[in-house]
Design a protein around this ligand. Structure first.
Ligand code: SIN
Ligand code: FE2
Length: 211
């Protein structure tokens, strides 16, 4: 007999006001081929920070706008500066996932126009920062983890302090917005391990509304 009350795999956990974790909400088997298509057009690259250093996380974008770091600063651009062509369009599987996740997390209708794709190798992390380059901070950020697990560091609205560590596994979606839209956050250096679909790598998609 099937248990009608068996918990669904995709659980919803409110971590704090405006931060919601949807465990196992995304399907990497469905998303990874879409990432492959995007990166065939707009390959991963190590962008250079305003401080002049190449970033350890490899990045690319899909959508009407893409986030870029240059020695002149951070910005959203409609074209990939490497090719001069528009960024690859957001695939339907991306749009559908981001919209459903935002709704399930309680943020209502969200239509992203940008998706930053991050690739982490063993030993690669992301130092604490705020996502500040989007025009309207009323929209949430929908962050999707794929492949090898990582420890996400959730700080407060001011720099510093000790973070809450949120382990993010393949398929987990973290949504932050509202009173937590401007939280500082980072990712601890990736511990070497293996995922059947990504090897020793982790991918992260962040869906944003840039304009
Ligand atoms: C980011 O803050 O842009 C990425 C977060 C993550 O990789 O989980
Ligand atoms: Fe971020």
């Amino acid at each position: 007999m099937t248990d009608l009350f068996a918990p669904l795999r995709a659980e919803k956990e409110v971590i704090r006001d405006g931060v919601v974790l949807l465990s196992g909400f995304a399907d990497s088997a469905e998303l990874l081929p879409a990432i492959k298509n995007i990166t065939d057009e707009a390959p991963f690259r190590h962008m250079v920070t305003p401080g002049g250093r190449p970033m350890k996380v490899a990045m690319t974008n899909a959508g009407s706008y893409g986030w870029v770091s240059t020695p002149q600063g951070y910005r959203y651009l409609p074209e990939d500066p490497v090719s001069g062509a528009p960024w690859p369009a957001l695939p339907e599987v991306f749009l559908n996932l981001a919209t459903r996740a935002a709704k399930k997390a309680g943020f209502g209708d969200f239509t992203p126009d940008a998706c930053l794709i991050n690739r982490y190798e063993p030993g690669t992390g992301l130092s604490p920062h705020q996502d500040l380059d989007e025009a309207d901070k009323n929209w949430p950020i929908v962050s999707v983890s794929l492949g090898v697990s990582a420890d996400f560091q959730l700080y407060g609205l001011k720099r510093g302090g000790s973070p809450l560590i949120i382990p993010l596994h393949d398929g987990d979606v973290l949504v932050f917005g509202g009173p937590s839209r401007l939280v500082y956050h980072g990712v601890k250096p990736l511990v070497r391990s293996r995922h059947p679909l990504t090897g020793d790598q982790r991918f992260n998609l962040t869906f944003r509304r840039a304009r």
